[in-house]
Design a protein around this ligand. Structure first.
Ligand code: NAD
Ligand code: TYD
Length: 350
């Protein structure tokens, strides 16, 4: 039985990757390692937690000793590394937390893997999950390709860029088999409501202002989270050693257009008059250093691995809204904790 370690599996994207692997590969044992920070939530995996090919390990990747012990004890065949601090706004108020988890944590995993795999390095794989934000910010035209020079501009993207460089360094220096993927903005069920789409769904539902940074002209490419999980499956199994793959949705939206679309869907689902939810749109102080546009050229993935996004945005956003409206308890459990303090602090001067 193959043993695969998935880090950050209690988070948004990680939980979808864990579920996909546990269900699709009964002959793999999936170890989900997660520190259960504010963003980690085992509720995300309730439906699969009793499967015999699944185990949860509560551990912090910043603890080198614990990582070495785990790799030594379990002899993982492969790693899919998603654990990270992931929210740009939090990285602006507390960069060090991002340096610790995203850079130091990744090096700890690489070191533990290097030590455990030293005699048979070729039989293993370290798959590092990264973001398109490492490439910087685009103007009105152009797309990020796998060879676009790195130009990260927030503490979050800088810490992810550093971790990408380190993964490549372990490949070149120590011969570690690695793959890296850089994906655009994900949306879908189980996303923590600090990110634009779930935060807006929650506010619309509760008739609270929808905070749009600046003029809402910034552009993001949005991909449904299950399509990202499918791409991760394809890249883990078919990606070429040492290669990088961009993942994107061919789905660019300005923030303001996206929120108008979301308001339309929410009006329909909540039985409101058309235009009612959009009245909640409120322009607030811009994010410091706000990247203008991200857009991905994913043709390498389309051509070499034959992956394509399966959902149109219109379908994906309906599924997402339905999920949040049908999972009130999940949302209420989150927003009743530290979330309130975070929200007050983050939006107090906006
Ligand atoms: P998330 O914040 O929802 O989840 C992160 C998970 O990592 C949480 O479960 C958390 O408990 C865990 N974690 C954090 N610090 C840890 C530590 N020190 N030790 C162990 N576990 C720890 O993040 P997400 O949105 O699911 O993103 C997952 C990965 O995908 C990240 O590496 C992120 O950079 C990358 N990514 C995210 C997006 C996106 O749109 N969300 C897009 C591209 C790439
Ligand atoms: P976010 O979901 O934080 O993802 P990222 O910063 O990684 O792209 O934000 C998506 C876009 O929405 C980004 O341009 C910032 C903007 N935004 C708002 O306008 N208001 C908000 O309250 C948030 C959280 C984000």
């Amino acid at each position: 039985m193959k043993k695969i370690l998935i880090t950050g599996g209690a988070g948004f994207i990680g939980s979808h990757v864990v579920r996909l692997f546990v269900e699709k590969y009964p002959d793999y044992h999936i170890y989900n390692l997660d520190a259960l920070t504010y963003a980690g939530n085992l509720e995300n995996l309730k439906d699969i937690e009793s499967k015999s090919n699944y185990s949860f390990i509560k551990a912090d990747i910043t603890d080198a000793e614990v990582m070495n012990e785990l790799f030594n004890k379990n002899q993982f065949d492969g790693v899919i590394h998603l654990a990270a601090e992931s929210h740009v706004d939090r990285s602006i108020s507390d960069p060090l937390a991002f340096i610790k988890t995203n850079i130091l944590g990744t090096v700890n995993l690489l070191n533990a893997a290097k030590l455990a795999w030293k005699d048979e390095m070729d039989k293993h794989l370290f798959y590092h999950i990264s973001t398109d934000e490492v490439y910087g910010s685009l103007g009105e035209t152009g797309l990020f390709t796998e060879t676009t020079a790195y130009d990260p501009r927030s503490p979050y993207s800088s810490s992810k860029a550093s971790s990408d460089h380190l993964v490549r360094a372990y490949h070149h220096t120590y011969g570690m088999p690695v793959v890296i993927s850089n994906c655009s903005n994900n949306y879908g069920p189980n996303q923590f409501p600090e990110k634009l789409i779930p935060l807006s769904i929650n506010n619309i539902k509760n008739n609270k202002p929808i905070p749009i940074y600046g003029k809402g002209e910034n552009i993001r490419d949005w991909l449904y989270v299950l399509d990202h999980a499918r791409a991760i499956d394809d890249i883990y199994h078919q990606g070429k050693n040492g290669e990088t793959y961009n993942i994107g949705g061919i789905n660019e939206w300005t923030n303001i257009d996206l929120i108008h679309k979301l308001c339309e869907v929410m009006d329909k689902k909540l039985g409101r008059e058309p235009g009612e939810s959009a009245k909640l749109i409120t322009f607030v102080k811009d994010r410091a250093g706000h990247d203008m546009r991200y857009a991905i050229d994913a043709s390498k993935l389309y051509n070499e691995l034959k992956w394509h996004p399966s959902l149109q945005f219109e379908e994906g956003i309906e599924l997402t809204v339905d999920w949040y409206l049908n999972n009130e308890e999940w949302l209420n459990n989150i927003i009743s904790g530290d979330y309130e303090n975070y929200y007050k602090e983050q939006y107090k001067e906006r």
